[in-house]
Design a protein around this ligand. Sequence first.
Ligand code: DGJ
Length: 735
Amino acid sequence: MAIIFNGKKKTFSLHTSGTTYQLKIGNLNYVKHLYYGPRILDEDLIYLIRRYDRGFSGNPYDSLKERTFSLDAQPQEFTTQQQGDFRINSIEVRNSNGSYSFDGRYISHRIYPGPFTLSGLPTAFASENDTVETLELVIEDAITKVQVTLLYSVFEEADIIMRAARVRNAGDGTIWLERIMSLNMDYLNGLNLDLISLPGRYGQERQVERQRLTHHVHKIRSGRGISSHQQNPFVALVDRSADENYGSCYGFALMYSGSFLAEVELDQYDQARLVMGINDRLFNYPVEPGGEFDTPAVLMTYTHDGLTQMSHHFHDFFRNNLNRSKFVRDVRRPVLINTWEAAFFDFDDVKLVEIAKAARDMGVEMIVMDDGWFGKRNDDNSGLGDWYVNEKKIRCGLTELVRQINELGMKFGIWFEPEMVSEDSDLFRAHPDWAMEIPGRHAVRSRNQLALDMGRKEVQDYVIESVNRILDSANIYYVKWDINRAITDLWSNALPAELQGEVSHRYVLGLYRVMDGIIKTHPDIMFEGCAGGGGRFDPAMLTYFVQYWSSDNTKPLDNLKLHYGSSFLYPLCTMGAHVSSASPMVPLETKAAIAMGGTFGYELDATKLKKSAIRTCRKMSDLYQKYYNLNFFGDYYRLVNPFEKVNLVAWECVAKDRSEALVTVVTVNLTVNGPQEYIKCRGLDPDRFYRIRGDGEELTATGAALMHAGIPIPREIPDFTAFQYHLEAVERVSR
Ligand code: DGJ
């Protein structure tokens, strides 16, 4: 059993295979958080909490003048509001009488098999061999009858706990949620914790930052209506001494694609508190009597074996528990060529067929027709929203074009940007009120386009219907779903003034409904997400998309950093990565080796490549096919941190049974006559010999030697050379 309730001690112990999370119904029925860490017995850890009279930290009235009981100094599962806890909080509610207070005490709980689901929001599911149990624990404010149900689904084998909160208004007047977090996580001592996050910008997503917790509130957030290029909805709190191999690491990933917030506070007593959920900025949600509000889910994991193990927990979970598409595991994803950097808007049906013909010889299996095929879309100023084929460009029609591509033995993919509208479009001319624009003002333009009000049902229905019509009109194998601006001008013409605080969240809920109506109804189509690159690459999106376009920056050396940063949370098989014409000084082989650090494909004009380049691409596509299982399903190890001043960068994928591995090394700055460099492998079986090929020399060594002494990397070679060392287990060491 994953969840054990001890009725006598009133403790709940949530066990995964390697961890225990404990909470307790404590004094005055406040729910205390006691422990999250390596697995322990179901012992009551209340002894950890010592109580003192803490000056200026108030005491609940019914603690009866007991001055040592203060919520300001106690670890809690979810916070109160205005009950003497002055730290960051998980709920801010304006009650029907105008007061701001919430005093949540335990009233009930239930435990059941399987994970929870949420209304209109994606959650993780139990895969075949998972043991999953859920605890729902209800706290209630006795005066206002506002209830918060704390939801915990324990994925035992995966070492993951999924959490969320559900607010129910059991009172008789409308309440207003001004802030409602998915999770509150208290630490008894946070002084030795570092905060890791993945900040970035357009073209440079998911870089890595690690900072010491100090006595203030650290905020990781997006207010852009999308999870954003600037921050990813992920944080880790790790021991100051934690590295890739050792140390306590707590990882948290929010399953939400809109504006989000993670706050961490180190308090006056060196306790730490993390809250994570929907960004409370421009958020104000009414809940009617009898109504409910669900927060998005957070996935959390713990390990005391360092950052790699934390990432492996997420990688395995993302591969097994988020997306039921057959393209996750059962059907190989084809090598694709995308037309964007090859032609931008300047293509027609003839050009597409020419690119496909040339690409076939590169080992490419699918051509993706990017932006520019619809409406009057000859540049990025017009056409968005008009999802019908531009027959001036695709003169033969879409069905016929796809037939011609299929006849070449290739599959066909297509691009959409369903959430957007151009002012110069038939859609906007017919429904100007569907765009987000604040009355009396002009909307902020971005890439000369406006966002549709995705919270409106008629808008959702239009998008579902118009995109599905195209998908059903031809033999389409793949869709790239893009969004190319942040969301501003939060206003819905369909809502009265007092409900405008719902618009941002409604957009996200509407988007999920639209994706359900398009993606879930087309199980034979492979969907890739995109937001001007990786601007909405988040765990919720991965419940729909099997992969996500990592960045519009296809420079291979920048991608070394991008892959490294993304790998803290995301498995390699979710990161779209292409070989392009950017950075001509980097050889094609190296570009391809780096793109294999993602899902691999091409983004160039194949008709302009020399024969020798076509042959090289063919060789690299074949290698991608050869290493597909290793890269997609193996364990990923970060070997060298590209954010440090290094001479080479390296990473490794090891098969789950440790029978083979692929170590990729890229030289970035080998100094003349410099020292011999070695790359130490990880995750191998120490007691097996591995045969290694990759730099012209063949050698055999034990896993132990390769992990502790390493592979010597050739010197006196040009910068930007890639070696792909394939390690094959040959025999066991006999002792
Ligand atoms: C942004 C994407 O990231 C690009 O790959 C491309 O699809 C363009 N949008 C098209 O407008």
